[in-house]
Ligand binder design. Structure first.
Ligand SMILES: [Zn+2]
Length: 299
């Protein structure tokens, strides 16, 4: 049996010495869990080195194709002279399928103005100058961090995707995108205060027919006594929570009517009822509450 597995290893070209430990674990473990787990990790390691290669190649080729297209240079923000290409420069970024590399044109003011460097392809790709990780991976890390501590996020990502990250990295993503999200919300609230409504979500006519329920409540949440420091005893503070949901009806197999919630939207704020009220209004406008046939308020 072991020979059969060894043959399979050879056939799949799994001769990397670091994979030997998986081979031993697969042939020596007693439990099914351990056998499956070793095979899974082996598959992942193999994916990162070989199976994702076509995906990586595809991304790199597409980025190189775009980098070769003619660039229309903007003018220097300081002196107004048209920027010039300084040639191709290397770029790499960590993605869901491993690290991808490409080259793209960098432009600068011919008069040498400070801060005039521009990289049009980076701008088009929506990546920032010092960004080391592509957003699909950042998004996954931030989503997991909603539910589990940063250290655990790194364990989950490594186990299921095979990419090693450190907890500090996840923390910095959450900080950065958390602040981005908050400033976006502040902007939208300021606009609403000056009479400009937010962009509405597309609500189907089926949803418009359903009653819209808007509810609010408060929950006590344990917080650190001083922002950014773990010392001192826990302080309980109230978080106001609002929910907007459409009530649908559905007949089960026995013909009994069951209520189903659709288009669930949550709003939460560490603050008083006034802070919640403006956020709830913003979300209600996004959900087109005026078009709902019935609106139920529950608090
Ligand atoms: Zn200039």
């Amino acid at each position: 049996m072991e020979e059969a597995i060894a043959d399979l290893f050879e056939k799949l070209n799994l001769n990397d010495p670091s994979w030997q430990k998986y081979f031993s674990q697969i042939t020596e473990s007693s439990s099914l869990e351990s056998i499956v787990w070793a095979s899974w990790l082996l598959g992942l390691a193999n994916c990162l080195q070989q199976r994702f290669a076509p995906a990586k190649q595809l991304i790199e080729q597409e980025l190189s194709r775009r980098a070769q297209l003619p660039t229309s240079w903007t003018n220097c923000p300081h002196c107004g002279t048209r920027l010039h290409s300084k040639g191709m420069r290397d770029r790499q970024i960590q993605t869901l399928v491993g690290i991808v590399h490409w080259q793209r044109r960098v432009g600068r003011c011919p008069n040498g103005c400070k801060g005039s460097q521009v990289i049009p392809l980076d701008i088009a790709l929506e990546i920032r100058s010092y960004q080391q990780t592509s957003l699909e991976l950042v998004r996954l890390g931030c989503l997991l961090a909603i539910f589990v501590p940063f250290e655990t996020v790194t364990v989950i990502i490594e186990r299921f995707i095979g990419i090693k990250l450190n907890a500090q990295t996840i923390w910095s993503w959450v900080q950065f995108w958390g602040f981005q999200g908050m400033s976006h919300l502040q902007e939208e609230m300021a606009k609403l205060a000056s009479g400009k409504e937010p962009t509405r979500e597309i609500i189907s006519s089926t949803l418009t027919e359903m009653p819209l329920v808007i509810g609010a409540d408060g929950v006590m949440v344990p917080m650190r006594p001083h922002n950014g420091f773990p010392h001192g005893s826990i302080k309980w503070r109230e978080v106001k929570v609002g929910i907007l949901v459409r009530l649908g009806h559905h007949l089960n197999r026995k013909g009994r009517e069951i209520v189903r919630l659709h288009q669930r939207r949550l709003v939460a704020v560490l603050g008083d009822i006034d802070a919640l009220q403006s956020r709830l209004m913003l979300e209600a406008l996004r959900q087109q509450w005026q078009k709902a046939k019935t609106v139920v308020w529950s608090a």
